[in-house]
Design a protein around this ligand. Structure first.
Ligand code: ATP
Ligand code: MG
Length: 258
């Protein structure tokens, strides 16, 4: 279970960032009093436009950022007080995570498996299963730098899952992937969900949220505006599809900020 309670994250802005954000403010409230609960056996999606605060929220869950206010717990462990316990329970994936280009998928899988203290037989069994799932087996001894973008991404996902985490956090899971690799990834997330794991993702792609997520939390300007299953969101906003639902909410809530 992930429990986010009144999470607020304020960044200090340097001059470059102030220019980028076209602001005179010296701080930016990237997450503003976000409260949500995500449970095992579901895919929870944070849906929002660029700069909404999705990555910030997921980084707080993954112990990579400390909340300015509020708290986050994962599997009952507080991300600030017990970060090591949280890290044992999660994997955090983004498209920016790069494996060392000089090593092979097989070597890296074994290396990280040992780092997690997993026994060799279990490492091998998991490696076989995940590499077969992702069709990496034929490339397992090639160097990462020799692999295609899709294959690199699949290898990094496989390596991230070596410790069989209960909670899978994925920032923009299909960003930059071709449709076949993207499908591979979303199928895997559904498989993990069906095995009873908690999957939480961020996305700005409406169709992805619609198809993949059991519940969706809509984030605009750092705030969670609403949350629910797709039918619940459509009923609430009187919309035919998620895109319409999103725009209906965006019109109201983005204006309020100004
Ligand atoms: N390290 C940082 N320092 C200052 N401001 C930041 C920092 N990281 C993010 N921000 C700002 O905080 C806001 C939220 O950013 P965040 O990356 O969480 O959004 P996002 O919803 O993930 O957006 P995207 O869809 O573009 O990935 C943005 O305005 C961003 O510019
Ligand atoms: Mg982001």
């Amino acid at each position: 279970m992930i429990e986010i309670k009144n999470l607020t994250k304020v960044y200090k802005l340097n001059k470059k960032k102030m220019m980028e954000l076209r602001t005179k403010e010296t701080t930016k409230k990237a997450a503003n009093d976000i409260t949500l609960t995500a449970r095992p056996g579901e895919i929870y999606g944070l849906l929002g436009p660029n700069g909404a605060g999705k990555t910030t929220t997921l980084r707080c869950v993954a112990t990579l950022l400390t909340p300015t206010e509020g708290s986050v717990s994962v599997c009952g462990y507080d991300t600030v007080k017990q970060p090591d316990k949280v890290r044992e329970s999660i994997c955090f994936l983004t498209n920016e995570i790069k494996l060392d280009p000089h090593f092979s998928p097989k070597y890296l899988f074994q290396f990280f498996g040992r780092l997690h203290g997993i026994d060799e037989a279990t490492i091998e069994a998991r490696r076989k299963e995940l590499f077969e799932y992702f069709d990496i087996t034929d490339f397992e001894n090639k160097k990462i730098e020799e692999l295609s973008t899709g294959m690199k991404q699949k290898a990094s996902i496989a390596v991230s899952l070596v410790h069989d985490p209960k909670v899978v956090i994925f920032d923009e899971p299909t960003n930059g992937l071709d449709i076949i690799t993207a499908r591979n990834v979303t199928d895997l997330l559904q498989k993990l969900r069906d095995e009873g794991k908690l999957v939480i993702i961020s996305t700005h792609i409406m169709s992805e949220a619609e198809k993949l997520c059991d519940r969706i939390g809509i984030i605009i300007d750092g705030k969670k505006i609403t949350e629910g299953t797709l039918p619940e969101l459509l009923a609430e906003t009187n919309a035919a599809d998620l895109e319409d639902a999103f725009f209906n909410l965006y019109k109201v809530h983005h204006k309020e900020e100004k």
